[in-house]
Design a binder for this molecule. Structure first.
Ligand SMILES: Cc1cc2nc3c(=O)[nH]c(=O)nc-3n(C[C@H](O)[C@H](O)[C@H](O)COP(=O)(O)OP(=O)(O)OC[C@H]3O[C@@H](n4cnc5c(N)ncnc54)[C@H](O)[C@@H]3O)c2cc1C
Ligand code: SF4
Ligand code: SF4
Length: 465
């Protein structure tokens, strides 16, 4: 059985570190966080220190740690009217929509709810500080980092999704040393790690009074941003800023663009994301390996989760639409109080699931197969709520198998291109790989005809109902 607990060093060595920085934030931790050659943060044992196995209890990938169901039960299990399911975790109510006041929706990635909610908590004096990710405005090679905002203007500067490596160790040090009430915004594994830290050091429980999770497909290394810039004519060493979610008027929400600025290039360069080689999230290029062994899509341990409403009825609105999952009754009351500033409607748990169906397929069915493959090779892997299995169609198995090496192939191609200082090497090496992978999705003509026919008949039945 591959499930025994191991320390932080082995978690890193086996490729399961997501670089959240929480193990480095433990008091007197022997770990610090460093960016590795592939452009991802990783925990690193300081040379003059020795590992302490108890630190692994804060790691979202350690077998010693509580899982999302266990943490969620402690936090939300007793709330009146709470529901639980295997996809959303605990939930009180779910919504879809956006912000109708000011320009939050225009300036946000989706419906602008993320920034609006953080500002509202500050204005209602429910928190003093917002921990979130903002662009770094100095001449370092890092484009974004976790920071702490105290004003509406600072919070709004951080709007939009950063598909970019970030880590929490520095801001958690500030929380430990600075009394006050904090909102933490983060991806699911980061929120889970902070919940685990709060179990060990109650000061974090007292001070981080609210958490807002972002739905998460996977996290990207810094090569994702650099490759986009390079394709648009900005060398990886010269990239100064990137906006991963440019809204394009008159198009659908999922047809967004990307904008980059570079040193020595006067104007910002914008492109539809679909024209960019690494655009397809399904390919998962430059993702962290750890993301392939994660089963929390909807930030099940956060007080509220927000994401994109990838549903046909909302996606046609190019202004962007949020899905919102509320777990904390204080937050539910706050939304009811401010409902005149929001254009949101209640939706079912099934709709929330459907909006992230692709993510769930990869992280439930796909994960079960990846765990099965790990066990077959007798390699260590973290315990998951999903059980190892190979009970799926041969086609799905082949898709999951081909997806695994794409990430390392992208890294090799990027390294070769960098050594030759020539982007076309990346393009020429990775395109055939993507082509081979895309072909797995092509079904034989007869199967496609049957599927279309079945869809047509189902629609006819629905129309008559
Ligand atoms: C790595 C990543 C993967 C995602 N994957 C999915 C997905 O598969 N499906 C889906 O529906 N949604 C996904 N999202 C969420 C989505 O992209 C939007 O961030 C979310 O809908 C909020 O948009 P908004 O307009 O409400 O918020 P905004 O007003 O744009 O505010 C967003 C807030 O989130 C903070 N933030 C942005 N990036 C990060 C980060 N990396 N870590 C911590 N805080 C951050 C910002 O600082 C800001 O405060 C992902 C986000 C990230 C960062
Ligand atoms: S706690 Fe975070 S940074 Fe530390 S090993 Fe685990 S995933 Fe990596
Ligand atoms: S997919 Fe999971 S492990 Fe990866 S960044 Fe998202 S929440 Fe973390």
């Amino acid at each position: 059985m591959m499930s025994e607990g191991i320390g932080i060093q082995e978690i890193v060595n086996n490729g399961y570190c997501i670089g959240c920085g929480v193990c480095a934030a433990v008091k007197h931790s022997p770990y610090s966080i460093q960016m590795d050659q592939e452009g991802k943060y990783q925990a690193n044992l300081d040379s003059d220190k020795t590992d302490n196995e108890s630190i692994a209890r804060v790691c979202p990938f350690a077998n010693e740690a509580l899982n999302e169901d266990e943490i969620g039960k402690k936090l939300f299990g007793e709330h009146r009217g709470i529901h639980h399911d295997a996809y959303l975790g605990y939930h009180l109510k779910n919504f879809a929509g956006g912000v109708s006041e000011d320009t939050y929706r225009e300036k946000g990635s989706s419906g602008g709810f993320g920034s609006w909610f953080a500002v509202t908590l500050l204005e209602e004096h429910l928190v003093d500080y917002v921990i979130h990710v903002r662009p770094i405005n100095h001449s370092s090679s890092i484009l974004f980092a976790y920071t702490i905002s105290t004003t509406k203007e600072e919070v709004r500067e951080g709007a939009k999704s950063k598909y970019y490596p970030i880590e929490l160790s520095n801001v958690l040090d500030v929380v430990r040393n600075t009394p006050g009430r904090y909102l933490l915004i983060g991806i699911p594994c980061f929120i889970k790690a902070v919940r685990l830290l709060a179990e060990q050091e109650p000061i974090f429980k007292e001070r981080i009074v609210f958490t807002m999770g972002l739905v998460c497909g996977h996290l990207k290394t810094d090569r994702f941003a650099k490759t986009i810039g390079w394709e648009l004519g900005i060398h990886p060493d010269a990239i100064e800023s990137i906006d991963f979610r440019v809204k394009i008027p008159e198009t659908k929400a999922n047809s967004y663009g990307v904008a980059v600025k570079g040193n020595g290039v006067e104007k910002e360069i914008t492109s539809p994301m679909k024209d960019i080689l690494v655009h397809n999230w399904g390919h998962g290029l430059f993702r962290y390996n750890a993301c392939d062994y994660c089963d929390d899509v909807l930030a099940e341990t956060s007080d509220i989760t927000i994401g994109d409403a990838w549903l046909p009825e909302y996606v046609k609105d190019g202004r962007g639409t949020n899905i919102i999952v509320v777990r904390n009754p204080v937050i539910l009351s706050l939304l009811e109080k401010h409902c005149n500033k929001l254009a949101i409607e209640e939706i079912s748990a099934e709709k929330i699931y459907t909006s992230q169906a692709g993510g769930f397929r990869h992280r439930r069915e796909g994960l079960s197969y990846r765990l099965y493959l790990k066990d077959l090779k007798k390699e260590w892997r973290p315990n998951k709520r999903v059980k190892p299995s190979n009970q799926m169609s041969t086609r799905r198995k082949r898709i999951y198998e081909h997806r695994i090496p794409l990430a390392s192939k992208a890294n090799e191609a990027y390294q070769d291109a960098l050594s030759a200082n020539d982007f076309s090497i990346f393009k020429n090496n990775i395109e055939p790989e993507l082509h081979r992978y895309n072909k797995l999705y092509h079904r034989p003509l007869l199967v496609r005809v049957v599927i279309r026919l079945l869809r047509y008949l189902r629609n006819m039945v629905d129309v008559r109902k």
